[in-house]
Design a protein around this ligand. Structure first.
Ligand SMILES: [Mn+2]
Length: 260
């Protein structure tokens, strides 16, 4: 249970589930067993994996905050005859879930142990503007600025994001930038990943806080079997990414270019 108001508590930050229900259930069981009650979701609930509808339903049950990802936006935008994979995912989801995905906010601000924190999917500019760990100092600094996309609250000192499916954290210029990695489509280590922020939620005064990452083995072959049974398009790319954590855009095989 959550402690008394102002007590230290943990927030699980999950991201990029991408329709991988096997990985999501493994992560949620771990979060539950750890006694973590708050779950924030950095988006890309859908696409790539076979069970986007079940993932959306599960995330709506358990996530206190969910921001929109680039796949959530692209798939919910509307039908596109040029992209059969998107059509397939739209058909699985149905209109009510598509409307939910289209209506998700872009970013969310909160305070933790006296630090102002902000989460969004990809960057301060949009769900489609990608910033890598190897980006420039200027790109990383800009992640802390206010834009029309983030709104004009107090500028954050902690920024957490998803999108690149690669977990990392770095401190510079009195700020902390972290990426929560990916639950369902990790492209660094082929283990489901989530981040944990611990501190006093909503408390303006300085107190101890911490950030760490959790990596979990899950049933990759079971997930691939579910994808095969579903008749999902681009299953070869999906299976390869789950097994190897190598992005489809970096393989030599002919590709049906899909963004992370
Ligand atoms: Mn993604």
């Amino acid at each position: 249970m959550a402690g008394p108001p102002g007590a230290s508590e943990r927030i699980a930050i999950i991201s990029d589930v991408h329709g991988n229900l096997s990985a999501l259930e493994t992560v949620l069981a771990h979060i539950r067993a750890a006694g973590i009650e708050r779950i924030f979701n950095l988006g890309d609930l859908v696409g790539k994996g076979p069970r986007s509808a079940a993932v959306v339903d599960r995330c709506r049950e358990v996530c206190e905050v969910t921001v929109q990802g680039n796949w959530d936006a692209a798939i919910s935008e509307g039908p596109d005859r040029e992209q059969p994979a998107r059509q397939w995912h739209r058909a699985q989801l149905g209109q009510e879930r598509l409307d939910y995905l289209a209506g998700l906010p872009g970013s969310f601000d909160f305070t933790l142990s006296g630090r102002r924190a902000r989460i969004f999917h990809a960057s301060q500019l949009s769900v489609h503007h990608r910033v890598h760990e190897t980006g420039t100092r200027e790109e990383h600094r800009a992640m802390f600025s206010n834009t029309l996309f983030t709104g004009f609250g107090q500028e954050p000192q902690i920024v957490g994001y998803g999108d690149i499916h690669t977990a990392y954290a770095r401190n510079f210029e009195l700020r902390t930038l972290f990426n929560a990695g990916s639950v369902g489509n990790p492209l660094d280590i082929p283990l489901a990943c989530y981040a944990v922020l611990e501190g006093r939620y909503g408390v303006e005064a300085p107190h101890p806080w911490s950030l760490h990452f959790v990596r979990l083995p899950y049933d990759i072959e079971g997930e691939i079997a579910a994808a095969e049974a579903s008749g999902m398009p681009a299953i070869g790319h999906y299976a390869s990414e789950l097994r190897t954590a190598v992005y489809r855009g970096l393989t030599a095989a002919p590709l049906t270019g899909s963004p992370a």
